[in-house]
Design a protein around this ligand. Structure first.
Ligand SMILES: CC(=O)N[C@H]1[C@@H](OP(=O)(O)OP(=O)(O)OC[C@H]2O[C@@H](n3ccc(=O)[nH]c3=O)[C@H](O)[C@@H]2O)O[C@H](CO)[C@@H](O)[C@@H]1O
Length: 386
């Protein structure tokens, strides 16, 4: 066993030496970038937007993620290589935490092996279970590391990790003040949201305007789902309702309203957003900036148990900019929800103002800006090119 261990350590040292001494070109083309993290759509989707931007510039991109995260489906579907690790959160009792700690320690070592083989010129952590072990391993190997922080209130891991990274690329101006070496870039958003048209959205969904869209982020929001089913599911409404429930809650929802569609998950969400006149949603960073890219009037219902209440702070950035209305989770019940939605449907001027201000807060350059910074770090250190 010891023999095997020391052989592995020797091979690792040789590989590392070869990597450091290898001649490298200084161009972005062919640069290798590793992106780590995921878990929910809010982490994995912006990561994929950055990966697309890097691929357009001929960079070679690979991912490290968690076996149980949304990236396990999304990343291979987009044709990127994924190293999926078994990882778990640190919540729960002592046994669960000990197991998570063990998985984390093993993940750091696996990440080190993956990095030594892939030899990236820069590493981007996007949050989620796989982000921290990959950033730690990259740091130990002297590879330039970056973080992208999606929320207005950074989590503990990113606050700590920001001490060891070149830069933390932030979505919200508020996060800039809370982190070292923070650079505002916005939220990487899929290009389709910016070009989405109402007519195409209506045709794709097969619904008549006006349309109310309700969704609760990538996983769905039970409270919002139940209130919406009760508010709009009783009988025909004079408007169409599209409710994207998330896969977890889909089977428990039903409707008697012929104009009420309930969908589990929509891979091409831009059509539903573009078709809508009013959007009701949680205040996850992805949902907010996707809706901003289309420019639609929205009612934001922040998830009240998000770390550091970040969804409330995310929402406030939009409500204080006159770009959306706020509805607290405690106010969510069928009657209030219906009143708030119909109030906005009846007020075209208000809807137009909100939609215009929402669109003004979108960040169409974010994915390219993150990609630019990764590529210039990779080329500045002459790292990551073949
Ligand atoms: C409960 C919780 O803590 N949620 C967090 C999680 O949310 P979560 O992953 O739910 O939320 P986000 O709103 O950030 O992102 C969801 C993404 O999924 C997409 N989508 C959703 C439904 C669908 O049918 N199709 C689809 O494509 C949305 O367009 C969006 O791009 O990560 C976000 C980013 O760190 C945080 O801001 C959220 O607070």
């Amino acid at each position: 066993m010891r023999r095997w261990g020391s052989c592995t350590a020797y091979r690792r040292t040789v590989r590392l030496r070869e990597w450091r001494d290898a001649p490298r070109a200084g161009s972005g083309a062919g640069a290798r970038i590793l992106i780590a993290g995921g878990g929910t759509g809010g982490h994995a989707i912006p990561a994929l937007c950055v990966a697309d931007s890097l691929r357009e510039r001929a960079a070679d991109v690979a991912f490290i993620g968690s076996e149980s995260g949304i990236e396990a489906d999304l990343v291979p579907e987009k044709g990127f290589e994924l190293h999926a690790l078994p990882l778990a959160g640190f919540a729960g009792g002592p046994v669960a935490r000990a197991r998570a700690g063990l998985l984390f320690a093993r993940a750091v070592s696996r990440c080190r092996d993956i990095l030594e083989r892939f030899r990236p010129g820069a590493v981007l952590g996007v949050g989620g279970y796989a982000s921290a072990p990959a950033v730690l391993a990259a740091r130990a190997l002297g590879i330039p590391t970056f973080l992208h922080e999606q929320n207005s209130v950074p989590g503990r891991v990113n606050r700590l990790a920001s001490r060891f990274t070149e830069e933390v690329l932030v979505t919200f101006p508020k996060a800039e003040k809370a982190l070292r070496r923070a650079v505002p870039v916005g939220m990487p958003t899929r290009a389709e949201f910016f070009g989405a048209s109402r007519e195409e959205g209506l045709a794709r969904l097969g619904v008549e305007p006006p349309v109310v869209l309700l969704f609760g982020g990538s996983g769905g929001a039970l409270k919002l789902n139940l209130a919406a089913a009760e508010a709009f599911g009783g009988g025909e409404t004079p408007y169409s309702v599209v409710q994207i429930s998330g896969r977890r809650d889909f089977a428990r929802l039903s409707t008697e309203n012929p104009r009420h569609k309930i969908i589990a998950y929509d891979d091409e969400l831009w059509h539903a957003v573009a078709a809508s006149s009013v959007v009701v949603m949680r205040a996850g960073a992805g949902s907010l900036f996707d809706t901003a890219a289309v420019g639609r009037a929205s009612i934001l219902v922040p998830y009240p148990y998000a770390t550091g209440d970040h969804q409330l702070h995310n929402a406030r950035y939009f409500t204080e900019g006159g770009a959306a209305e706020l509805m607290l989770d405690g106010e969510v019940e069928a009657g209030t929800l219906r009143d708030r939605v119909e109030g906005l449907l009846d007020d075209e001027n208000r809807r137009e103002g909100l939609a215009r201000n929402m669109r003004a807060l979108s960040t169409p350059r974010a994915a390219d800006e993150v990609a630019d910074r990764l590529l210039s770090a990779a080329t500045a250190t002459n790292g990551g090119t073949r």
